[in-house]
Design a protein around this ligand. Structure first.
Ligand code: GLN
Length: 191
């Protein structure tokens, strides 16, 4: 039995909760899904999801609650979407607390501000995926990892070691393939 946490400081946490439960069911994997609210929840997790939201706010709260260092120390697979992708980076174009777990440079709001949010089909794992982009970042430079998808030439999904990150929001669609991919990464690490 594994345990997947969803960092619950700010952002669209319940959407990820539903998406990961659906993906687990599809794969017939028995797992606890927990909302990670305090530093004492971190050691319970075999994998952690960091949702979309506001990365500057989540980063500050991670520091305030001592979760930033605890997450780094836990050394588990992390799936970051949108703000979560920003937080996984080693570098962004803005001064903010980061986890620095993926060696990449990220451009925040790379596709424009709130009103520039849009949906567009991307291609990932060899087939189409509905990409929901909300003040989405993109990866300017991936120094260590594999590109999983691009949009308009920009990197919008990637894997790096055991981590996975998307600039869009798979949790806002019914397509659970990226969550399934993440569950498989978690399983590899607990084996
Ligand atoms: N642009 C936001 C940030 O940098 C992310 C937006 C989102 O998660 N939808 O935190």
């Amino acid at each position: 039995m594994i345990s997947i946490g969803i960092l619950d400081l700010q952002g669209d946490v319940s959407e990820h909760f539903e998406a990961i439960e659906k993906a687990l069911k599809k794969l017939k994997i028995d797992s606890d899904v927990l909302k990670v609210k305090t530093v004492s929840d971190i050691p319970k997790c075999d994998g952690l999801i960091i949702s979309g939201g506001e990365s500057t706010v989540i980063g500050k709260l991670m520091n305030k609650t001592d979760m930033r260092l605890a997450i780094i120390k836990q050394d588990i697979p992390i799936m970051g979407t949108c703000a979560g992708l920003v937080l996984l980076a080693t570098e962004t174009d803005y001064e903010q607390p980061l986890l620095g777990l993926i060696d990449m440079k990220v451009k925040r709001n790379g596709f424009g501000r709130q009103k520039a949010s849009f949906e567009e089909e991307i291609e990932i794992f060899g087939s189409k995926f509905e990409g929901v982009f909300i003040r989405a970042p993109y990866v300017e430079e991936l120094k260590d990892g594999v590109v999983l998808a691009r949009l308009r030439g920009k990197i919008v999904a990637l894997a790096s070691g055991k981590h996975v990150a998307t600039a869009f929001h798979p949790e806002l669609t019914d397509d659970t393939r990226i969550h399934e991919y993440f569950i498989k990464e978690v399983l590899k690490c607990v084996e």
